[in-house]
Design a protein around this ligand. Structure first.
Ligand code: GLN
Length: 196
């Protein structure tokens, strides 16, 4: 049921882990929609770009005429990028270099934790209230540079893993894969406090 008082939050559903994000957002009271066509963006207050494979995302985005519309959206509306989504939002991507939307003033290195650490679960203090947060990393990127506009909310081995730049939130881990709703709740708080 669509609640007219709740924000409409899309989850980019071209590839990757989109269903679980949509369910989590709905559980927290948002009207969540799976986004498969560029025309859907016009009706949204905010967007989640999920994890997956950023190169595959790029192929889909370029093929479906999505790229330019999405670039405009991320310059203007709240966006939450997880893992591959964080890579797509970054200004600079390495290992190897690839195009990106450039909305977040950070540099990321793809697949930066090596084969042995392909998937890791860590429980770490963050600046979110409510105690340590469980974080699931899957072939995660490393954030290697941030500008002074970027606020770090959590780190792994000294590198930022949860960051915010104004209305943009990004994590190099998958918050949808644990039962803890705090990261999605933070995003919805950002959405609620952003001007229409
Ligand atoms: N390794 C993927 C990439 O470079 C990201 C992995 C993920 O989203 N879990 O795009």
């Amino acid at each position: 049921m669509v609640n007219p008082h709740s924000p409409s939050v899309g989850v980019l559903a071209l590839q990757g882990a989109f269903e679980v994000h949509a369910r989590r957002l709905a559980d927290l009271g948002a009207n969540s929609t799976l986004v498969r066509k560029p025309s859907q963006l016009a009706e949204l207050d905010a967007l989640v770009i999920p994890g997956g494979e950023s190169t595959t995302f790029l192929k889909h985005l370029e093929r479906s005429g999505f790229y330019d519309v999405l670039q405009h959206f991320v310059q203007n509306k709240p966006v939450f990028g997880t893992c591959a989504g964080c890579i797509l939002l970054a200004r600079e991507v390495s290992n190897p270099p690839q195009p990106s939307l450039g909305a977040l003033d950070i540099a990321v290195e793809r697949n930066a934790y090596g084969r042995q650490n392909e998937s890791t679960i860590l429980t770490t203090e963050t600046s979110l209230p409510g105690g340590p947060l469980e974080m699931v990393f899957i072939r995660a990127p490393r954030i290697t540079r941030i500008s002074s506009q970027v606020e770090v909310l959590a780190r792994r081995d000294g590198s930022p893993v949860l960051i915010r730049q104004g209305r943009i939130l990004a994590s190099t881990f998958h918050p949808e894969l644990t039962d803890d709703p705090r990261v999605h709740q933070l995003f919805l708080n950002i959405v609620q406090s952003s001007p229409g």
